[in-house]
Design a protein around this ligand. Sequence first.
Ligand SMILES: Cc1ncc(COP(=O)(O)O)c(C=O)c1O
Length: 389
Amino acid sequence: MNVPQLDLNSLHAPLMEQLRTAIEEVLASGRFIGGPVLEAFEAEMAKLIGAPHAVAVSNGTDALVCALQALGVKPGDEVLTSPFTFFATTAAIVRLGATPVYVDIDPTNFGIKPERVYDYIDDGVVGGKKRSEFNSEHTKVRAIMPVHLYGQCTEMDPITELADQFSLMVVEDAAQAILSTYKERPAGLLGDAAGFSFYPSKNLGALGEGGLVTTDDELVAEQVKQIRNHGQTGPNVHEVVAGNYRMNAITAATLRVKAPHLVEWTEQRADAASRYHSLFEDKQLLDDVILPKVDKDRTVNWHQYVIRVDKRDELQAHLRQSGIDCQVYYPTPAHLQPCMRHLGYEAGDLPEAERAAQEVLSLPLFPGISPEQQDAVVTAVQEFFQSHR
Ligand SMILES: Cc1ncc(COP(=O)(O)O)c(C=O)c1O
């Protein structure tokens, strides 16, 4: 049986008529940027996420750039963040002229470990090395950017306490974490501002690119609105140099068709995740595979179902040969990317992130995945371990 990683066509099939109508309405309105459709979308997203303010932007990367810029991150600043994430997290920091400082992750939830953040702020130690041993000149820590990877929130309380103590800003990379919670609070409201992504494969995916900034601070929301529009504060008045980070109206209109289904789709993901758990248990694979664990004080939107295994690349090849698509998010941590070499990190500096990069494998998970498809996935994993123990 062939099992895709994700099945967007089946997800969109029952919505085709509504999607077409939404596109036609924008076409007829002649209003392609901004306007009532965009405003309605922002209001609906604020309500869905539970955020006082939501500002729609061009994509998730730009959402992070806008959030960082609105909070005052500027050239020369340092931003503490995770090396184990999609590269956009790093790119957003670098695009503002700031320097990412990578801290190691918690191997269970894959978010930055608060103790490691503390090590850096307090002692200037990162990955066991003193700050002065790195090529990058130490300037000033301005912000912390945790990433809620695979949809599970980072351990936020110690991070926000630290931020309060040292007057730092906290920007959540919530690109993958829509509708996830930490201590009953939503991702997107756990720091000063947050960036979400509507990349097509996200839990709420656009028919193209899209992003969102959430915040509980009206002033920050206003600044993001200016930043997304070239820093314009009035007709032909530009207070800051920023960019064109606007969302188009067709994207907003089509996301409005999909958004009302997100809670139900998230429940379907959760059901599929617990079915995987039972299947791995029933097939006695718990000594071979580390299953995802959710900390008790969190709910997860199951953006990815990620297992950890020693022989990851061999297992991935076997699954693919068996017709099962599965992906590695992400095989190279940001501190070891060629373009970040100048920062002076080396293999071994951030061992948990590096080990995770070698062991993680995302199995197919999407709303509507059938029990038979999931059984085929776990049976293929079982076949692999029967010949590789
Ligand atoms: C963790 C993380 N950060 C940032 C982004 C950037 O979002 P986008 O692709 O919409 O620019 C993504 C998604 O691709 C992501 O997964």
